[in-house]
Design a protein around this ligand. Structure first.
Ligand code: ZN
Ligand code: ZN
Length: 650
């Protein structure tokens, strides 16, 4: 018999194969010869007519693994929505030779011993509300709670119910670096192991978890984006923690938004889904406003303490000393905090020592040879680093252009420079830096977090890695060095992201023992965004932001797709970009912006151009985009990437 087979390769079509076996069903997994290699494939259609060219035979039929109709429906949907070839989407399901041919050892079931926590009245009501909602509705539930309100305890109670019914549970988190503290918390609460799923787990673990999910065994998985594609067959509940976090958007290979796909999948499968956040995304709020999602809100800190007081330091009136970035006012607050034997967190979302190295003689700037970006000086590594491509150069104080000696000066601060300034002001205190350069493994994160929790560190200077998820009882002061970076002049998503980050970091102080204090340095204290931040008036920020997006017809009110064209020859890249937009004459339904040189116009030696498409209907926009891209013959030296619902415009 002849079968149409989807092969896990980047093709948008099926291929026909032959087999003596007449009984193969749609969704069954096979291994087929493809080119010179053997590839994994899935039966999409059986009993197709014999084509008039030579047909290869199916090599191996995998017994016992078959995707259900609903899985295939979802797979097709992902391909249609992201415009990724359907064969590449099959690959996302981690169906590879290693996994499908794996034979399991005996099953070991880990016994759970629950240690319930006592929920306060507000948490209890939230829990009961969610249970009631989920009995009669399959729409997602947004669990919004101010920082420190104990959202996790609420959904832990709901997870307990699912475990009691031998159901599978998936908890998605935006950054796997957050998992060590979460893992401990989970173990303490449930006395059982949690299965961690991300790209760096061992092949053995990967196989074990995949097969447990497929077998419908009652397991709890905590995972990054890709956990969405695990083959759960008995899923009770999915929780998406920090649902607003932009790292749910995958930016390489297939570009997809894991949160959005999880919502679609839960809808297909009629499964329960909770979106948790202290700062729900504008898309999610818009869905609540339109009654597509339910909303449950926790308004108080679990500790019963009032939320920390936020004060602004107007830097235009409180002038900073030369080559210093911490105002006298903030320093005084740090001193007060430390003399009370409490701890401080100083926040600046900029890695390294200094973002710009400049020759004072000739104006030369250290720039990456591969990218259009400045090199950032990292003092601890004694190197210049490109934050775009990661390339490293030796640090030199002499100018490579005019050859002046000792003429390179470092302009502006990163976290390392802030730590240096703090060391000068508080020489007898322990000051640590937390950024992804220095703390780059779950083990190192745990060490630093433990040290800070045990009060071995007085001041921690941190980037966004610290903005969320952590709980420090003795932390009473948060200082924000530069609230203006990212809030003004950025694109719409950058502004939302910065606002959320500042709101989250403000919630780190005073969570359990004493009322916290937050000091924000800004040059624009009167600006409405800064005002709403200070007054904890998120609603007015959200209303204003939604209004602006509606005016400009951008998400969640309109749809956008980016096309990124790149290659080693600038002329070629520009030519192809021009040819692509030539297609605009076929439609007036969409606005097509560009092509323009990308803000990062050179990345890893590739010149980059961008086109932005905007439209009112995702379906029509996708049909148009597909036609547009296929209207041009793309040479192999030029790469065209389609980014549906783009999050970055660089
Ligand atoms: Zn670079
Ligand atoms: Zn120079």
């Amino acid at each position: 018999m002849y079968y149409n087979i989807l092969v896990a390769r980047p093709f948008d079509q099926v291929f026909t194969y032959e087999s003596d076996d007449q009984t193969l069903e749609v969704g069954q997994i096979v291994i087929v010869p493809f080119g010179k290699a053997m590839e994994v494939g899935m039966i999409m259609q059986s009993d197709v007519s014999k084509p008039d060219y030579t047909i290869k035979k199916i090599e191996t039929i995998i017994k016992g693994i078959q995707l259900k109709e609903i899985n295939i429906k979802f797979l097709k949907w992902v391909s249609d929505y992201t415009l990724a070839p359907i064969g590449s989407v099959l690959k996302l399901f981690t169906i590879n030779k290693d996994i499908i041919t794996y034979k399991r050892d005996d099953k070991i079931v880990s016994e759970a011993t629950f240690k319930s926590t006592i929920l306060n009245d507000e948490q209890n009501k939230a829990k009961e509300d969610i249970i009631k909602i989920q009995k009669s509705s399959h729409k997602p539930v947004v669990l919004e709670g101010v920082t420190g309100s104990g959202k996790t305890e609420v959904y832990f109670d709901l997870i307990e119910q699912e475990i009691n019914q031998s159901k599978q549970i998936l908890i998605m988190v935006p950054e796997i670096s957050l998992t060590p503290q979460f893992e401990n918390r989970f173990k303490e609460r449930f006395g059982m192991d949690i299965n961690i799923w991300h790209s760096k787990i061992t092949p053995k673990k990967r196989k074990e978890i995949w097969h447990k999910c497929y077998a419908g065994e009652p397991i709890v998985v905590i995972g990054a984006r890709s956990s969405l594609f695990l083959p759960f067959t008995n899923l009770g509940l999915t929780v998406i923690d920090e649902e607003h976090d932009s790292s749910y958007k995958q930016e390489d290979n297939i570009r997809y938004q894991a949160r959005d796909l999880a919502v679609v999948k839960a809808n297909f499968e009629k499964n329960k889904l909770i979106l948790a956040s202290a700062t729900p995304s504008l898309e999610t709020i818009n869905n609540i406003n339109h009654k597509k999602y339910h909303h449950v809100f926790l308004s108080k800190q679990y500790s019963g303490l009032p939320l920390p007081q936020i004060s602004l330091v107007d830097l235009s009136k409180n002038k900073l000393e030369k080559n210093q970035w911490i105002s006298a006012l903030l320093k005084k607050e740090i001193e007060k905090c430390l003399s009370n034997k409490e701890q401080a967190l100083i926040f600046l979302n900029r890695r390294g020592y200094s973002p710009l190295s400049l020759c004072v003689e000739c104006g030369y700037r250290h720039q990456c040879a591969q990218c259009s970006s400045w090199l950032v000086m990292h003092q601890q590594k004694k190197r210049l680093l490109c934050h775009q491509c990661g390339s490293i150069e030796e640090m030199s104080f002499n100018c490579p252009k005019c050859l002046a000696k000792d003429s390179i000066k470092f302009i502006g601060p990163g976290v390392e420079r802030i730590a240096e300034e703090l060391t000068q002001s508080f020489p007898d205190k322990v000051i640590s830096v937390m950024s992804s350069d220095l703390i780059n493994s779950p083990k190192k994160i745990k060490e630093l977090i433990d040290k800070f929790s045990n009060k071995e560190i007085d001041i921690i200077v941190a980037t966004q890695i610290m903005a969320k998820g952590y709980d420090f009882p003795n932390l009473s002061l948060v200082g924000v060095i530069d609230a203006d970076a990212g809030l003004f002049g950025g694109d719409m998503r950058a502004i939302e992201k910065t606002y959320n980050m500042l709101q989250q970091v403000s919630g780190r102080a005073g969570r359990s023992q004493q009322t916290g204090n937050v000091i924000i340095q800004t040059y624009y204290p009167e600006q409405p965004i800064i005002q709403s931040l200070q007054q904890r008036d998120r609603t007015s920020f959200v209303q204003q932001a939604l209004l602006e997006r509606e005016q400009f017809n951008i998400p969640p009110f309109g749809f956008m797709t980016s096309i990124i064209i790149s290659g080693p020859s600038k002329g070629n890249v520009e030519k192809i970009s021009q040819q692509l937009v030539y297609f605009r004459k076929y439609s007036e339904e969409f606005s097509i912006l560009g092509p323009v040189e990308a803000p990062i116009n050179l990345l890893k030696g590739q010149f980059r151009y961008r086109i932005l498409l905007k439209g009112k209907s995702r379906k029509n926009l996708n049909i148009f985009t597909k036609k547009m891209v296929s209207s041009v013959k793309i040479p192999s030296a030029v790469r065209v990437v389609i980014d549906v619902d783009p999050y970055t415009f660089m």
